[in-house]
Design a protein around this ligand. Structure first.
Ligand code: NDP
Length: 424
């Protein structure tokens, strides 16, 4: 029996909220809040007749911690589930600290305005020191570790699929299959087809920023020292034959969980992240980038300030609307190389999710589904005390077993392959 304040009511949050409502014994009360309360109320009205969960709604602009604090004081939740955008992470964490509430999210912090000189200073220093130039990294949220520890509060970061389940797979492999893991390849394949020439599967701004950035991976030199290797965007390409999907081209990207896994998997030598893209997606993206449509810097247009990428977002199909027209499957998982009982071992843990099955069940496509279900399961772990550890933690720092059990129960079972084809 717990109360959760859920901030965000977009594609991912909708799935998480619907799943919370199937588990009223844990989520006895939820408050759905976003800037536009009418969206939250619409969803609440759809769900109320069929759930025991008591649903209220609120308007909140979570860009400001004081707004979130005021709502927390009024609603008194046991947990704040941040399923809005990464831009709000720090403000919501501040509010949780101020009000003494546990926190969780699905993506690590990045600033909305990458031209903010204060942020730039820290960013430029990090690029030089760490060697990767993505706009997002864990340093901002890890800086809250001591504050959450002292307050006796848990902050669970990145409880989506990747980040999220990908790290639970790593923790599971380490706990049950390996003595040491030396290499991890995280493979994210979307074999779905929505019939549009170009659309993003989740928030276009966050998605396009991520995939247009240089790629990077974690590697280890001959002296055993780990370091980042950065490469031009989309410059490492491989083909892989995914179970239940078939052959797809995939590209090496920077991805946030590499950063935490490099710290938390002892003895790890290399971690890479690959995502599949079709040629049409890449051609459109390159063209949009070349003409400046991915820029986050406002321009003056007919007397108005317009942020190109936000304008583009308004033109593109809403990711939440892709559900009815997307067919095919996703296959996301991790291939491990390491040692067990002194012998070399390889192992592949993955989930396959069918877009149309997700749509039939919850009215969403598989990308929102595969993120929303782990968000709900991670929240459940915190609320039921299974993942209570004061401080700021990523998924691989917790016991994977109850989480993976919950994932199976709520729609994301996993498959194993003890002789996987490796990525060269
Ligand atoms: P959407 O754009 O569909 O939804 C975003 C939601 O956030 C909207 O309901 C919006 O509400 C709300 N929001 C935005 N700004 C504010 C604000 N200032 N205050 C309050 N609410 C706000 O995004 P998605 O559902 O696609 O993505 C949600 C999150 O999930 C993102 O952080 C994304 O990075 C992450 N994600 C993680 C993945 C993973 O595997 N870990 C995979 C995919 C996504 P309103 O319209 O009222 O402003």
């Amino acid at each position: 029996m717990a109360r959760a304040l859920i901030i965000g009511c977009g594609a991912v949050a909708t799935v998480a909220i619907k799943k919370c409502c199937t588990c009223s014994e844990v989520f006895s009360e939820i408050c759905i809040a976003s800037r536009h309360r009418e969206n939250c109320e619409k969803l609440a009205q759809e769900l109320r007749p069929n759930t025991k969960t008591v649903i209220t709604t609120a308007a909140v602009d979570a860009d400001k911690a004081e707004n979130v604090s005021a709502l927390i004081r009024e609603y008194k939740p046991d947990l704040v589930m941040n399923i809005a955008l990464p831009y709000q992470d720090l403000a919501i964490m501040d509010a949780c600290l101020e009000c003494g509430v546990n926190y969780m999210d699905t993506a690590n912090y990045e600033p909305e305005n990458i031209d903010d000189p204060e942020w730039r200073k820290v960013y430029d220093k990090r690029c030089k020191e760490k060697g990767f130039s993505a706009y997002f990294d864990y340093s901002w949220q890890w800086a809250y570790k001591e504050k959450f520890e002292k307050a006796g509060l848990t902050a669970l970061l990145g409880s989506g699929f990747d980040p999220g389940v990908s790290q639970a797979y790593c923790a599971y492999a380490l706990k049950h299959q390996f003595d040491t893991i030396e290499e991890i390849d995280i493979l994210d394949c979307n074999g779905g087809d929505h019939g549009y020439k170009f659309a993003t599967n989740f928030n276009p701004e966050i998605n396009l920023r991520e995939v247009s950035a240089p790629g990077s991976y974690w590697d280890t030199d001959e002296n055993g020292k780990g370091h980042w290797v950065e490469i031009p965007a989309m410059s490492i390409k491989r083909e892989y034959n995914f179970a239940q999907v078939g052959k797809k081209d995939m590209y090496l990207l920077h991805h946030e969980e590499i950063e935490s896994l490099a710290q938390n998997i002892p003895g790890i030598k290399r971690i890479r992240f690959f995502m599949t893209f079709g040629q049409s997606y890449l051609d459109h993206m390159r063209c949009l980038e070349d003409v400046g449509m991915l820029s986050t810097q406002p321009i003056k247009f007919q007397g108005q300030d317009i942020v190109p990428i936000q304008f583009l977002k308004a033109l593109l199909p809403d990711p939440a609307s892709l559900g009815p027209r997307t067919v095919g499957k996703t296959n996301i998982g991790c291939i491990f190389k390491g040692k067990k009982d002194g012998k070399d071992k390889t192992y592949y843990l993955y989930n396959v999710c069918d877009h149309q099955e997700c749509y039939k069940e919850l009215g969403s496509q598989a990308i929102a589904y595969t993120t929303g279900v782990p968000a709900m399961c991670g929240a459940m772990m915190v609320l039921t005390g299974k993942w209570n550890k004061p401080g700021v933690h990523t998924v691989e720092e917790f016991d994977p077993d109850p989480f993976m059990e919950a994932l199976t129960k709520y729609g994301l079972p996993w498959n194993e392959d003890f002789n996987p084809v490796l990525v060269d």
